[in-house]
Design a protein around this ligand. Structure first.
Ligand code: BGC
Length: 446
């Protein structure tokens, strides 16, 4: 058995997002998000469920915080539902603010540090009606949400995540149509959306710095490991490099280097907002750390039929897969190592990593041994990166509870704790006890 020991003070947490756990999306003066609208449209969610109740965290958060305490979590990452706080442009809903204040208080009382995500893949319908993140005005709206949160929670919250996964929001919303606004192959809006989210990140960091607040602020990047399907084929290698630049470089380079990756620029430059050159110097603002959400490797093949990118995703028949993706722990090591070698070794946190298991009828699956194996392998990869000098300071497991997994719905389960979506009963799975032991030992065995 091999043991990986983490540095003293390494932060152990779990992560979640408002629409995925809270339920009661229209309670106490909240207005609808695009997710609320989207999930009430037929054919948008694979199992036909929605986030109307989800984990009922809106009413049961104290119970869930008690679970966190029992597990020994040092930190809990959660997001705010924008529409609870800002029901219309310029307005503030006190009841929404009060919900998050109570949540923060209850976490602090339990000795769990709150990490607040300002934007987690969820915008109010009023913003979408104005064109959402396709329009530059979205940047100001998101920054004013941040200002409200800094002002009203900033005395107790010292860890912020500005934006979760700009690339995913843009790609799923405007290319695959699996997320709202549900558009497909809308290439120009896709790049506009990502660009505006990155610009908003930079301005949120600036606003936070201007207030002289202490603590940390950063963006959670969806880091994927892009690999050629046939490493010996130069065209596959080129396809993987393009996809790597588009998914990783086009988020990290503006933030850290104030530039856009060249190979990607050659392919998609004509679709990028005309303001790119003007904005890049301002966008060069990482904050105080980089958040890494990592789940999987993607293999790419060159394809004549795919316009512009000439690349298509390939599932190798022998590659190990979860219910959603290819399992590739080494990708996490490589991403962290690349942050060290190519991006100046910034402080970083694993802001998400987790394993989906679909539950198919019958008895609840409490023995989630494959999840434990996945998590242990990924933690060992983090340990290797740290041993090699990467400045990784913590790990947030996705997720504490089974919750609403976006377009997959309630049946795709990521939780350490099983949620019974009928009775709302919470039951520890094997992985919950395992994670408790990892936290206690500050080490993982494989
Ligand atoms: C998102 C989460 C999501 C998780 C698993 C990330 O892309 O930030 O909201 O549930 O991955 O798919």
């Amino acid at each position: 058995m091999a043991r990986t020991v983490f540095p003293a003070g390494f932060t152990w947490g779990t992560a979640a997002a408002a629409y995925q756990v809270e339920g009661s999306p229209l309670a106490d003066g909240a207005v609808a998000s695009t997710w609320h609208e989207f999930t009430h449209r037929r054919g948008t969610v694979r199992d036909g469920t929605n986030g109307d109740v989800a984990c009922d965290h809106y009413h049961r958060f104290s119970e869930d915080v008690a679970q966190m305490r029992r597990m020994g979590l040092a930190a809990y990452r959660f997001s705010v539902a924008w529409g609870r706080i800002v029901p219309s442009p310029g307005a503030v809903n006190e009841k929404g603010i009060s919900f998050y204040q109570r949540m923060v208080d209850s976490l602090l009382e339990a000795g769990v540090e709150p990490w607040v995500t300002i934007f987690h893949l969820e915008e109010p319908v009023w913003l979408a009606r104005q064109g959402g993140f396709e329009k530059r005005s979205s940047v100001d709206h998101l920054v004013s949400l941040g200002e409200i949160l800094f002002a009203r929670l900033g005395d107790r919250v010292h860890h912020w995540i500005t934006v979760n996964e700009p690339s995913v929001y843009a790609y799923q919303g405007y290319m695959t149509g699996e997320f709202p606004p549900g558009r497909k192959f809308a290439v120009r809006p896709l790049f506009a959306c990502q660009h505006h989210l990155l610009l908003a990140h930079a301005r949120l960091c600036a606003a936070w710095e201007a207030r002289g607040m202490d603590g940390m602020i950063g963006l959670a990047h969806h880091a994927l490991w892009a690999a050629p399907a046939r490493p010996q084929d130069p065209r596959d290698c080129e396809a993987a490099m393009v996809m790597d630049e588009l998914s990783n470089g086009s988020v990290l380079d503006p933030l850290v280097r104030g530039s856009y990756p060249q190979r990607a620029l050659r392919r998609v430059g004509r679709f990028l907002p005309r303001t790119l050159d003007h904005d890049l110097p301002e966008m060069r603002r990482m904050g105080t750390y980089i958040g890494v959400n990592y789940y999987a490797r993607y293999a790419y093949r060159w394809s004549r039929f795919m316009p512009i990118l000439h690349s298509t995703e390939y599932h190798a028949p022998d590659a190990p897969r979860s219910a959603m993706w290819e399992i590739y722990p080494d990708g996490l090591y490589r991403i962290l190592d690349r942050l060290r070698t190519d991006y100046g070794n910034p402080p970083c946190f694993i802001t998400e990593n987790g394993f989906p298991l679909a539950e198919k009828g019958g008895a609840p699956a409490l023995d989630d041994t494959p999840r434990i194996a996945y998590l242990a392998d990924h933690l060992a990869a983090v340990g290797r990166a740290i041993a090699g000098g990467a400045d990784c300071r913590g790990y947030f497991l996705w997720s504490l509870l089974d919750n609403f997994e976006w377009n997959y719905g309630l049946s795709m389960r990521f939780g350490l704790i099983r949620t019974d979506f009928v009775t709302q009963e919470r039951t520890w799975k094997k992985s919950a006890g395992w994670y408790t032991d990892v936290i206690r030992a500050n080490a993982v065995d494989q």
